[in-house]
Design a protein around this ligand. Structure first.
Ligand SMILES: Cc1cc2nc3c(=O)[nH]c(=O)nc-3n(C[C@H](O)[C@H](O)[C@H](O)COP(=O)(O)O)c2cc1C
Length: 215
């Protein structure tokens, strides 16, 4: 947990099916609401399909970068972006947004059957978040399991903004939500230290505005 980083650069090593199979066989013990296990994983090795999936994420990545450059918090659901569309369209995206999906030996497209997911916040007047809890533990388990085998990857979400096209490309039914595209491969390097807030910075006692939990 302390060293599992977002791997975006991979060596030329393959990720053989038997290793991927072990990764998925460990990851499948992830929890889901009511143990309904609505996730589906499409294993994409075909290079053209991976490149197409990377391209489908490009418009969202352009907006992400344009918002960052304008000092906004990209894609946040509270404050609409003030960046004009023509500025977004003209924004160059770093290779780091496209290359991992195109260059990894394998790309997992994780979707989840909305027909079995309990979404407890669906009637609240805000963007839904609870449904993700029935699929992201599996996604994170995949990354931890991959690390256990000497591999790594990243949760990517840019292509979700083009979900219809992702579904069409891979034949995913429209009752499934696309939750993540996860490139996996052998990382080129291992960072020495991950930058994360300390516990006392985001944990409080008894109330949200209670004293910091210092342990
Ligand atoms: C929900 C979610 C969405 C993410 N989407 C992307 C993405 O689209 N592209 C990408 O390169 N990284 C993506 N990431 C990776 C994060 O940028 C990364 O986990 C974070 O910067 C911490 O990186 P580190 O573990 O290497 O320190 C995403 C991570 C999460 C949890």
């Amino acid at each position: 947990m302390r060293t599992a980083f977002a791997a975006r650069e991979f060596t030329d090593d393959t990720l053989p099916d038997d290793v991927l199979s072990r990764i998925l066989d460990n990851a499948r013990f992830a929890p889901s609401g009511g143990n309904r296990q609505g996730a589906h994983i499409t294993v994409v090795r075909d290079a053209r399909t991976r490149r197409r999936l990377a391209e489908l994420g490009a418009p969202a990545a352009r907006r992400y970068v344009a918002q960052l450059m304008a000092g906004e918090s990209p894609w946040n659901p509270l404050r609409p972006s003030g960046v004009p569309q023509d500025v977004i369209d003209a924004t160059e995206i770093p290779d780091a947004f496209v290359a991992p999906l195109a260059n990894a030996p394998v790309l997992l497209v994780v979707s989840v059957d909305l027909g079995v997911v309990a979404v407890l916040d669906q009637e609240l007047d805000r963007v839904g978040i609870a449904g993700g809890a029935s699929v992201y533990p599996l996604v994170w388990n995949i990354l931890l399991a991959a690390r256990n085998e000497g591999y790594g990857g990243t949760i990517t979400t840019m292509a979700i903004a083009a979900e219809d096209e992702v579904r069409r490309l891979l034949g995913i039914p429209d009752t499934h939500a696309v939750a993540a595209l996860v490139p996996l491969g052998k990382p080129v390097r291992q960072p020495t230290r991950l930058r994360r807030r300390s516990v006392a910075e985001f944990v409080t006692r008894e109330r949200f505005d209670g004293p910091a939990f210092e342990g």
